[in-house]
Design a protein around this ligand. Structure first.
Ligand code: PEP
Ligand code: MN
Length: 372
């Protein structure tokens, strides 16, 4: 059972303390308080855990500070909507990410040279973008392929991010020790930027890693769906992160492995953007680069990467993680799918058209609903 408090309830509210005491007076029931600090308001939810099936809602609804009491009917206890809950977003280093926001995260798949990263960051900053991707720890199919520079590159990656005003870098971790490596490097650099931890598709069911990223709350988590498991299994994996204590999660679609998707690298799954928005409270990201995997263009002059991005954005995606590289032909990882820096303005223009179309679609849907 979840008790949703009215907005902006102070954390020290005596009424909140009385409600928690009431909940915990029932045998075996414990509570977990979840506070979401948004830019304009804060939201408090009290999760009642344990044998709550027989608990009456009425005594909780009678508190002045309570907005509603929601019974958990589905399996995704922390990330699910349970038919009555609003989506929740979060703010990280001044950037707010929710089911209402829209952000591009263009950047390199893998950090290679200082010069390349400097050009990458300069281009996105010039376009007014403060969010990017940059991989230091790369999970590669072959042990002989470039594995990323690892922790050694973090000092200069963070220094360059600070220089260009980058506020969030999405960075994959493949081992729990990377979490502390990233946090210490950020601290040592004087926190010039912030990181969103990325869980790659290959680790989507690495439950120990999921627990580790769930137990830290300094960094939000971008979870990439498992490439060979069902959506339900991927959502349960996110529940591992959320139940550990970290509810600042973004769910990323990146295609699934199936030869039916050929000639794309993966079968593009962006038709599920609306499903995740409906079933969960999480913002949804799409990754057109790892889905499509190549730079082929249609006869209309638009690359498949642009077309699939459009499909996800016009359906309400909140984030686009997309590979760019100053010199894709020499990139040490995933060069064939990287867009070139000179293609960034076109990509921004194309996604803005789709975002505006999405907002217009929802506005008109609301008008139609109001008429019936
Ligand atoms: C990546 O984003 O760098 C990556 C390895 O993606 P995925 O885990 O989706 O393959
Ligand atoms: Mn990649």
């Amino acid at each position: 059972m979840i008790v949703v408090m009215k907005a902006d309830l102070p954390a020290q509210s005596p009424e909140l303390a009385r409600l928690i005491a009431l909940a915990e007076s029932f045998p075996g029931v414990s509570t977990s308080v979840h506070r979401i600090e948004g830019r304009t308001r804060s939201l408090t939810e009290v999760y009642l855990l344990g044998p709550t099936h027989a608990l009456p809602s009425r005594p909780f609804e009678e508190f002045e500070c309570v907005e509603k009491v929601v019974r958990i009917t589905q399996k995704y206890k922390f990330i699910g909507r349970h038919e009555a809950l609003d989506a929740v977003g979060f703010e990280h280093n001044g950037v707010s990410i929710s089911q209402d926001s829209f952000h591009l995260f263009p950047g390199v798949c893998a950090v290679d040279t200082r010069e390349n990263l400097d050009s990458m960051f300069r281009s996105i900053a010039a376009a007014g973008i403060v969010t990017t991707r940059a991989g230091a720890y790369k999970p590669r199919t072959s042990p002989y392929d470039f594995q990323g520079h690892g922790g050694g590159c973090l000092p200069w990656v963070f220094e360059l991010a600070g220089k260009h005003g980058i506020r969030i870098i999405s960075m994959e971790v493949t081992h729990e020790s990377h979490i502390d490596e990233i946090l210490s490097a950020l601290r040592e650099a004087g926190n010039p930027t912030a990181v969103m931890i990325q869980i790659g598709t290959r680790n989507a069911q690495n439950f120990e890693l999921l627990k580790a990223v769930g137990q830290q709350t300094e960094m939000p988590v971008l979870f990439k769906r498992g490439m060979g498991i069902t959506l339900e299994e991927s959502l349960n994996a996110c529940e591992y992160i959320a139940s550990g204590g970290n509810r600042r999660i973004v769910f990323c679609l990146r295609g699934v492995k199936s030869h039916l998707g050929e000639p794309h690298r993966n079968f593009v799954d962006f038709a599920q953007v609306s499903v995740i928005r409906r079933q969960t409270r999480l913002p949804v990201c799409i990754d057109p680069s790892h889905s499509v995997g190549r730079r082929n263009a249609a006869p209309d002059g638009l690359m498949d990467i642009f077309h699939v991005t459009a499909q996800g954005v016009i359906a309400g995606a909140n984030m686009v993680l997309v590979d760019f590289h100053p010199h894709p032909e020499t990139a040490l990882c995933d060069g064939p799918q990287a867009l070139k820096l000179e293609e960034l303005p076109g990509f921004i223009e194309d996604t803005s058209i789709c975002r505006a179309a999405y907002l217009e679609r929802t506005k008109r849907a609301a008008l139609r609903a109001a008429r019936v």
